[in-house]
Write a protein that binds this ligand. Structure first.
Ligand code: NAD
Length: 423
């Protein structure tokens, strides 16, 4: 059995690795400061259930670092939420926001609950109760939550409303990814996939691949996978394979991403891509197949730990742009690096969501609404810049792509901390 590491331990190992390369004279002090969150709040959330009993749920909000701005990060509703997971995720948000160069630190929240077992009324009570309980430590200039696993724009609307009632004004800037009717941002729905596609496009340039006619295979066809496919297709690439939990479909002449998506959601008997009629070939039950195909670009857009030490040698693509969080294990990273594969790591390639969250906050604070074109143009610029900052660090320090991304992010945070006199 492979050892299952605590996410907080993994986050600390990654930080240490970046600090070892950066090699500041005071790197031990820097590690001591950055390896713990500035604040973590644990709250009890009583909810009157539909049967009249009162249940008490446990929630957290971890605020890792605020050197570059207010804390930013989602709230997760899941039975496996733990204090350590929330801390690790808040640390990753610090690096993600720093690499994207948006003026935020890192935060993350979570509630231990299976939301699918709650009625809508119970879910609303839980959401309002959680936000009331953390209301003293969040705010448009302090900490700005957003959705994560099993939380959505409706829950953000309840958070926003609860906070606004408590403080007596419409605090639109207190959460992001709100519904459009409550001044969420245009472009939010496809922001992650758009960013992943831009990252893949930049990496393809470095690899000498012409995007016109370049072949792409995608694991996972949800929000992130579909929109990545859609934009790469629009820019001339050929989507030759996509998969979901039921298996993989292949068409060497190229699949139409919109038609496949329409099929999965509205026509498929299995609510899957697998019975899509315009496929040349199917691999039923093989969801990983796209990862190892002979294509130019691979997009993991499903789960963590998909490319591992055991299978990384089978990767044939020259570029991997990670829409999913943590799809590549550290052993796999080493193997891929030796093979010369360009990897746009998760917190670089899937930062589109948090970048557009930042744009939403800017619009809300200014009381203006940007056009979709404006949002897209600015998002593209941010992803292009973070890719090139990572590429420069890779060349300067002669490290793998992921370490290069960490170096850029950690160095930005450390510089801000030094200027503020925190180190
Ligand atoms: P989603 O629920 O919309 O879609 C997930 C897709 O993956 C579904 O098509 C599902 O069938 C498929 N899938 C699940 N297990 C699979 C497997 N073993 N093999 C192949 N396919 C499988 O989720 P999403 O929002 O697209 O998120 C996908 C990944 O991207 C996750 O790791 C998520 O954390 C990450 N991510 C998403 C966003 C976002 O804004 N959507 C932002 C950052 C990171």
């Amino acid at each position: 059995m492979p050892e299952v590491l605590d996410p907080y331990e993994i986050a600390k190992i990654q930080l240490k690795k970046a600090l070892d390369v950066l090699n500041y004279p005071d790197k031990e002090s820097v590690f001591n400061r950055l390896s713990v969150p500035e604040r973590i709040l644990e709250v009890a959330i009583p909810v009157k259930m539909d049967d009249g009993t009162i249940k008490v749920f446990t929630g957290y909000r971890s605020q890792h670092n605020s050197a570059r701005g207010p804390y930013k990060g989602g709230v997760r509703y899941h039975p496996n939420v733990s204090k350590h997971e929330v801390i690790a995720l808040s640390m990753w948000m610090t690096w993600k926001c720093a690499l994207a160069d948006i003026p935020y630190g890192g935060g993350k929240g979570g509630v231990i609950v299976d939301p699918r077992k709650l009625s809508r009324r119970e879910l609303e009570q839980l959401s309002r109760g959680y936000f009331r309980a953390i209301s003293r430590i969040v705010g448009p200039d302090i900490d700005i939550p957003a959705p994560d696993v099993y939380t959505d724009p409706q829950i953000m609307a309840w958070f926003f409303d609860e906070y606004s009632k408590l403080y007596g004004y419409n605090a639109f800037g207190v959460v992001t990814a709100k519904p459009l009717e409550l001044f969420g941002s245009l472009g939010r729905i496809y922001s992650t996939g758009y960013g992943t596609a831009v990252a893949a496009r930049e990496a393809a340039k470095v690899a000498g691949i012409n995007l016109q006619g370049a072949t792409v295979a995608i694991q996972g066809y949800g929000n992130a996978g579909y929109y990545t496919a859609k934009f790469l297709h629009e820019w001339g690439a050929k989507i030759v394979a996509v998969s979901d939990t039921k298996g993989t479909i292949i068409n060497r002449n190229g699949l139409d991403p919109d038609k496949v998506n329409e099929w999965k959601h509205n026509k498929s008997a299995k609510r899957s891509v697998i019975d899509y009629p315009d496929a040349e070939e199917r691999k039923e039950g093989d969801s990983k197949y796209p990862l190892f195909m002979d294509v130019d670009i691979v997009i993991p857009a499903a789960l963590e730990n998909q490319i591992t030490g055991e299978n990384a040698d089978n990767v044939k693509a020259k570029v991997i742009s990670e829409a999913a969080n943590g799809p590549t294990t550290p052993e796999a990273d080493e193997i891929l690096n030796k093979k010369g594969v360009i990897i746009c790591p998760d917190f670089q390639a899937n930062a589109g969501g948090v970048i557009v969250s930042y744009f939403e906050w800017v619009q809300n604070r200014e009381g203006i609404i940007w056009t979709e074109e404006e949002v897209r143009r600015r998002l593209e610029e941010k992803i292009v810049n973070s890719f090139h900052a990572m590429y420069e660090a890779k060349q300067k320090y002669n490290v793998d792509w992921r370490t290069a991304a960490y170096i850029v992010a950690v160095d930005r945070v450390v510089k801000a901390m030094r200027l503020r006199g925190w180190l």
